[in-house]
Ligand binder design. Structure first.
Ligand SMILES: [Ca+2]
Ligand SMILES: [Ca+2]
Ligand SMILES: [Ca+2]
Ligand SMILES: [Ca+2]
Length: 201
């Protein structure tokens, strides 16, 4: 697989991408994070592979566990990468475009509350893959969740603070570290079978 495309990393998992990878991800703007073969949708197995890559990238001391500090560092790097016009604020356009390679749809402002999205939750039409539209819907909600003062701009502080809530959700046994299995069950959950829509030829 093309290395650059594979670095156009996973949708939700890009959230925590380490700074070093950000520059390369930015080069591939226009594709959906996680869409390794660039076919416009993310399969559950693509998501799983990329979750592992993301976890490894953030686990800076390589102990197989993500600490809050490691996540904060990752979040700060991501905020910088999302801020395409460099004004130190991330608006919903920058945010959704970064994750999904597509701008959010105007007019719709999903409410807060979706603090625990999983692959299966994103896959609203239940065809086993996440499309660009499904990606946009999810990340628009995620933006609202993080925008604490609801001014439609995300500061680095708001963004990093949101990890405190997410961290608690990711760490169900409350030992202040997230293991790979906790990580995968938070972001992906169980894969349902993909409906294969291939045509021969
Ligand atoms: Ca670690
Ligand atoms: Ca900005
Ligand atoms: Ca779908
Ligand atoms: Ca704000």
């Amino acid at each position: 697989m093309n290395k650059i495309l594979s670095l156009c990393l996973s949708f939700t998992f890009c959230l925590l991408l380490a700074g070093a990878i950000d520059a390369r991800a930015a080069e591939t703007a226009g594709c959906m994070q996680g869409d390794a073969n660039n076919d416009g949708s993310i399969t559950c197995s693509e998501a799983k592979n990329l979750a592992s890559e993301r976890f490894t990238a953030m686990d800076s001391n390589n102990n197989g566990r993500l600490s809050m500090d490691e996540m904060e560092t990752g979040m700060t790097g991501i905020h910088k990468a999302m801020d395409s016009n460099g004004d130190r604020l991330v608006n919903v356009q920058e945010y959704v475009t970064y994750w999904c390679g597509a701008a959010p749809k105007n007019g719709k402002k999903p409410g807060r509350g979706n603090k625990q999205p999983q692959f299966s939750k994103m896959d609203t039409n239940r065809d086993g893959t996440v499309s660009t539209g499904e990606c946009v819907a999810l990340w628009t909600v995620r933006f609202r969740d993080a925008d604490d003062n609801r001014d439609d701009k995300l500061t680095a502080k708001e963004y990093v603070q949101s990890i405190i809530i997410w961290f608690a959700d990711m760490d169900p046994n409350r030992d202040s570290a997230v293991t790979i299995s906790e990580w995968k069950s938070y972001w992906i959950g169980k894969c349902r079978a993909e409906k294969i829509k291939k045509t021969r030829g």
